[in-house]
Design a protein around this ligand. Structure first.
Ligand SMILES: *Cc1c(COP(=O)(O)O)cnc(C)c1O
Length: 485
């Protein structure tokens, strides 16, 4: 199967090449040129790795079946404690898909535990002898999940840059205590955008690329524009549907809705591909926090990043330019020229408006809503009082947006729960009206005591792990430091 760029002026490539390069050379994103068929109804009773294999094999034809089956069993077995795709019923028609039972307690583990294995094999296909050096700018979850996924993977090393005051203490400790001989972590003075700018400068520095090549190093990216980040996320939409069918909650063919807390539009776009493959999905509900640029776009067709940026309790959704939306625009409009036009307008003026045909193609599947900070805290409290269910602020955004939809309780819906509540114990305690201890580990224990739920061991144990990385640098030092690792 070929992958083509959304912008239409880069050569088509195979899956392995798309995964190894990340961004297409014309600045677009790789999308599959056609979609493989998946017979979902035949997968009743299958395990998570088996369903993953049925979904992924058509998208990754160069990867041999044995190899794929092997890495899928390794990835979604022990590392997820037998809880890959774990679904919890809260009400007759309401389910929470808990995607945080992986090693770093956020949904990004689904892709970032698999991606290093796909990259390692892509290197073999290409006969790559150079080291693949992964650079990541992160506001928290991506860096943590990427470090864990790439630690001690042959042929690769990874360097993560996080804003010095931009992450929670737990997220910071997850990064700076990560073990592995091929990893590096730096705090960057400034905010996430400063760190991101430094990393982008490294990627676009031709002199640096030459120097790195002299050392046998080639840079690559693990952020969510990489097709290898997106494709593993299709699987849990399918496992959710099949599970509800097996439980007799659905008959095969009944429509199932999903509500997704959204930032860069990768997770929800995987649901769009699941539907395009033939899974009986009804609506995909895109949930935003106070940074509601996507909610406005999906309602009106006008995308405007010219607005204030808010720091919220759901930091992984604090984003004004959602990169993966470009893929949806391409599929909905069916035109490279249209996508190039909108992306050029976005770069020049900070906004664009799609035509009526494209908007109605999008709205055939998508609905949207958003929740401000009061509503999020309210919802954390409501979920706890009503269902005895503890949820993190990202997940609470989604529950709230689901509640706001007219007729929401009449359609079975799966809400994607993207992070463990114990990653954000201060916000959760505060929403529940409890005092917040200063130290985050005291907060974690207070939340355990209050809720009667045990925190994931990988978070509770962080306080005892030695800190390995404590260097801080300026954003402009990022390109140079990538040479000296
Ligand atoms: C990354 C992240 C999101 C947003 O996912 P996108 O694919 O960027 O839309 C939501 N919640 C959590 C906890 C995340 O880490």
């Amino acid at each position: 199967m070929d992958y083509i760029s959304t912008r239409g002026s880069a050569p088509a490539v195979g899956a392995a090449e798309a995964i190894l390069t990340g961004l297409a050379p014309d600045g677009g994103l790789y999308v599959p040129a056609s979609l493989p068929g998946v017979d979902f109804a035949s997968l009743r009773g299958c395990t998570y790795p088996q369903i993953a294999f049925a979904v992924l094999r058509g998208f990754l034809p160069e990867y041999e079946d044995d190899f794929l089956q092997g890495i899928l069993a390794q990835t979604y077995g022990d590392a997820f404690g037998g809880k890959a795709g774990h679904l919890v019923q809260l009400d007759e028609d309401l389910f929470s898909l808990e995607l945080w039972h992986g090693p770093t307690c956020a949904f990004k583990d689904y892709a970032l535990q698999l991606l290093p294995r796909l990259i390692a094999q892509a290197r073999r296909f290409r006969g790559e002898v150079d080291t693949t050096r992964i650079l990541v700018a992160t506001s928290g979850d991506t860096g943590t999940a990427a470090l864990n996924g790439f630690a001690d993977r042959e042929g690769t090393d990874i360097c993560v840059f996080y804003p010095v005051d931009g992450t929670s203490e737990i997220q910071r400790l997850q990064m700076v205590t990560q073990e592995g001989g091929n990893i590096n972590v730096f705090a960057v003075r400034g905010n996430f955008d400063d760190a991101q700018r430094g990393v982008k400068a490294a990627f676009s520095d031709a002199g640096l690329a030459r120097n790195l090549a002299g050392q046998g190093v080639r840079l690559s990216s693990a952020n969510s524009i990489n097709w290898g980040r997106l494709v593993p996320q299709i699987v849990y939409y399918a496992t959710s549907y099949l599970h509800l069918w097996e439980q007799g909650i659905l008959r095969y063919g009944d429509k199932l809705d999903f509500c997704v807390p959204t930032g860069n539009f990768g997770d929800i776009l995987a649901g769009y591909y699941a539907k395009a493959l033939g899974l009986p999905i009804g609506r995909l509900l895109c949930a935003s926090n106070k940074n509601n640029v996507l909610a406005d776009f999906l309602e009106t067709g006008r995308y405007s990043a010219k607005r204030s940026f808010f720091k919220t309790s759901s930091p992984s959704m604090d984003i004004l330019v959602s990169s993966n939306l470009e893929r949806l625009l391409y599929h909905a409009a069916g035109s490279h020229e249209a996508v190039c036009g909108w992306m050029a307008q976005l770069a020049e003026t900070g906004e664009y408006t799609v035509d009526a045909h494209t908007l109605s193609a999008i709205r055939a599947t998508f609905r949207a809503g958003w929740a401000d900070e009061n509503a999020v805290y309210d919802e954390i409290r409501h979920m706890h009082n009503q269902y005895g269910y503890l949820c993190d602020p990202h997940t609470a955004v989604a529950f709230r947006v689901w509640q706001q939809q007219p007729g929401h309780a009449t359609r079975p819906t799966v809400v994607l729960s993207t992070a463990s509540p114990f990653k954000f114990p201060g916000h959760v305690l505060s929403a529940l009206g409890r005092p917040i201890p200063k130290n985050e580990f005291d907060a974690l224990r207070a939340l355990e005591d209050h809720s009667g739920v045990a925190a994931p061991a990988s978070l509770a144990g962080l306080a005892q792990k030695p800190v390995r990385f404590n260097a801080t640098l300026l954003p402009e030092d990022i390109p140079a430091i990538t040479l000296t690792l």
